[in-house]
Design a protein around this ligand. Sequence first.
Ligand code: A1S
Length: 212
Amino acid sequence: MTDIHVITRENRAYYSDLIEQHHRARHDIFVGERGWNDLRRDDCRDVDDYDDEHAIYLLAVDGSKLVGGQRLYPTLRPHMLSEVFPHLVHRALPTGPQIYEWTRYFVVKERRYGRTDCRLLAAVQQFCLNEDIVQLTAVVEMWWLPRWQQAGFKSRPLGLPQVIEGQPTLAVSIDISDASLAAVRRQGGLRRDDLVTHHLSQPTTGVRSYAA
Ligand code: A1S
């Protein structure tokens, strides 16, 4: 059973082992597998300017093993799209308290082509619905567009694609909705019980659940 853990600045101290596994997994996957060499670091941990106290991580965990992850970051702060990829945006950049940037999405190799991907996609919709986040922005390679269409996500380009690291890449916005959550749940055959997301708030109280 895969659980999703929500890690924020409030509960980060209780998740130091998992956060560490996740930085190492990101380096293995984004540098080792995807070849994003700008992220290479001698300590084999992928850490960037947006891994600060404002980052929110939704990490997929089986027992104590990390099997996937994703990061959200407030667009009211300088973020990847505003600072690194502004040239991909050809209209007003969506920012605001209810808009977050979505980055560093991954599933570990042994869990590909399974429900972990749907579980993570469902988790991001569910978390955003619970937190009144209405839209996400992201920089993605073009192959995400058919994936999202299949999952029932509504995405909109914010500009024309440009080739980055040899791949046509574009900036997009993604709407958060009950309909998208329901669609990805159907696609992954996820039951309501599969969608409990844990938010460890205090070591003594265990987990707070985000019900679907
Ligand atoms: C930024 C992302 C934001 C959302 C935040 O039949 P196939 O194998 O062709 O089916 C594949 C492809 O259609 C497509 N796909 C996956 N990786 C691709 C790539 N590098 N280039 C082109 N197409 C690609 O998805 C189908 C299923 O992929 P999969 O890997 O077999 O299985 P799964 O479980 O759906 O996992 C997809 C992800 C993307 C999570 C997994 O491949 C992964 O973790 N990749 C490395 C991290 C990564 O590239 N993340 C996206 C950028 S972050």
